[in-house]
Ligand binder design. Structure first.
Ligand SMILES: Cc1cc2nc3c(=O)[nH]c(=O)nc-3n(C[C@H](O)[C@H](O)[C@H](O)COP(=O)(O)O)c2cc1C
Length: 176
């Protein structure tokens, strides 16, 4: 089951106009809330964006955010650095739950990196997103996951072309 999901999941950057059902989104977000986090600190918060005007603004948060031009939903993932020093990891795991939940329910997804990215020279993508969504300055913006029904088809991962040399056995440098 999970193997099938991991095999078929590919990044989707072009979406149909069909809006994901409320129930589908709820199931995906419940999955995010079940993500493991350091000491159970749950340092994340999620902003679901579906208004086209706001999505358009997010699509220019930085370069390479063009998946948001057609995505009907964006999940903006925020972390609270006051809760744990490993909020980045916790947010990444929650994002992965969203990715896989979406795949399981027939939606496509694209991770859009915001943390450590620029909106324009001298201004951060993070502050831009904060301004668009009225996010308090105490919360860090990790990434945005674009969601929707795919308008493009991608090949599943090719099991015969996986970089198996990256897996070492017993000590670094020895093959599996
Ligand atoms: C941490 C991270 C940051 C990413 N940032 C972006 C991004 O800003 N924009 C984008 O279109 N895709 C982004 N991606 C998607 C990757 O480009 C994609 O996962 C990668 O090319 C592998 O393709 P696949 O997801 O189809 O296997 C990101 C993925 C990860 C995990």
């Amino acid at each position: 089951m999970i193997d099938t999901l991991l095999h078929s999941r590919r990044t989707v950057r072009s979406f149909t106009e069909r809006k994901p059902e409320e129930e589908t989104l709820r199931t995906i977000m419940e999955g995010a809330l079940m993500a493991p986090s350091s000491k159970g600190s749950q340092p994340w918060e999620f902003v679901l964006v579906t208004e086209r005007e706001r999505l358009d603004k997010l699509s220019v948060a930085k370069s390479n955010a063009n998946a948001l031009e057609t995505a009907p939903v964006a999940v903006v993932i925020l972390g609270d650095p006051e809760k744990t020093d490993v909020w980045v990891e916790d947010c990444a795991i929650a994002a992965t739950h969203i990715y896989l939940g979406a795949e399981d329910l027939g939606l496509g997804s694209c991770w859009i990196q915001i943390r450590n990215r620029l909106h324009s020279p001298g201004s951060s993508a993070e502050q831009y997103v904060r301004d668009v969504l009225e996010i308090p300055s105490s919360m860090a913006v990790a990434c945005i996951i674009a969601l929707g029904y795919p308008a493009e088809e991608k090949q599943a991962h090719d099991r015969n072309r996986l970089p198996m040399g990256k897996i070492h056995k017993e000590r670094f440098g020895s093959e599996l």
